[in-house]
Design a protein around this ligand. Structure first.
Ligand code: SF4
Ligand code: FES
Length: 249
């Protein structure tokens, strides 16, 4: 395949960025999108040019690092996959592909396609944990019976990989799908109940402090989420927040 790539290049957070055009040849349809980017970067390095900076780690849909906006969609065409799971067979010979970073005020660009997603880390630090007695007499987790529907919903919420596609897709740059998943995975289980009120208040407060927008129920986040995180989590977070704000702990 021969492709024309229109790639966002930006030297640093305060620099002005622009779209640069590159041609790549001999791209196999069996390559992943990131392998195609590797081909581009090898060619740039051989020509003495600066390779395109992009985030990646696991390359198997687990870490959430490969944040790219491809042809106007977070993680490109296809549903339920990350950029590293996208294959070039999704494109046609002669295609022009636009590749841009996540765009959100709370995710400032570091370089080219790499954005700073540490706002997500600070949201988790503000409440995404449970306090456990680890002095040696910790209760075995399996000793507490949990309804299967709750366990399944908690597990589904826990599949969020923190990629940020929800924020990049949302017209308000809202982080409510992400935050609600991190809250739900704990609050649905007995182990997460004691700190549930404090958790939801603190995590929502941190989310707002980071500059993410609010939710207007468009639902684009859930459509583009590679892990199928449900909007039910946002509804649960709103209910928990209302309850925690209007009752004493
Ligand atoms: S909710 Fe989905 S899109 Fe948002 S960070 Fe988690 S996995 Fe990514
Ligand atoms: S590189 Fe880890 S999810 Fe894509």
């Amino acid at each position: 395949m021969k492709l024309t790539l229109k790639v966002w290049r930006q030297n640093g957070p305060k620099e002005k960025g622009k779209i640069a055009t590159y041609q790549v040849d001999d791209i196999s349809e069996d390559m992943s999108f990131l392998e195609m980017m590797d081909v581009l970067n090898n060619e740039l390095i051989e020509k003495g040019e600066d390779p395109v900076a992009f985030d990646h780690d696991c390359r198997e849909g687990i870490c959430g690092a490969c944040s790219m906006f491809i042809n106007g969609e977070a993680h490109g065409p296809g549903r339920g996959i990350t950029t590293c799971q996208l294959h070039m067979r999704s494109f046609n010979d002669g295609d022009t592909i636009y590749i841009e970073p996540w765009r959100a005020a709370a995710f400032p660009i570091i370089k080219d396609l790499v954005v700073n997603r540490s706002a997500f880390d600070r949201i988790i630090q503000s409440g995404g944990f449970i306090s456990v007695n680890t002095s040696g007499n910790t209760l075995d987790a399996n000793a507490i019976p949990i309804p299967k529907s709750d366990a399944d919903a908690a597990f589904d919420a826990a599949t969020c990989i923190g990629c940020g596609a929800c924020v990049a897709t949302c017209k308000n740059s809202s982080a409510m799908l992400f935050t609600s998943a991190k809250i739900s995975q704990l609050s649905l289980l007995p182990q997460g109940k004691p700190e549930a009120k404090e958790r939801v208040v603190n995590m929502v407060k941190q989310m707002d402090l980071e500059g993410f927008g609010n939710c207007t129920n468009t639902g684009a986040c859930a459509v583009e989420c590679p892990k199928g995180i449900s909007l039910e989590n946002v509804a649960r977070m709103n209910r928990e927040f209302l309850l925690a704000s209007t009752t004493k702990s």
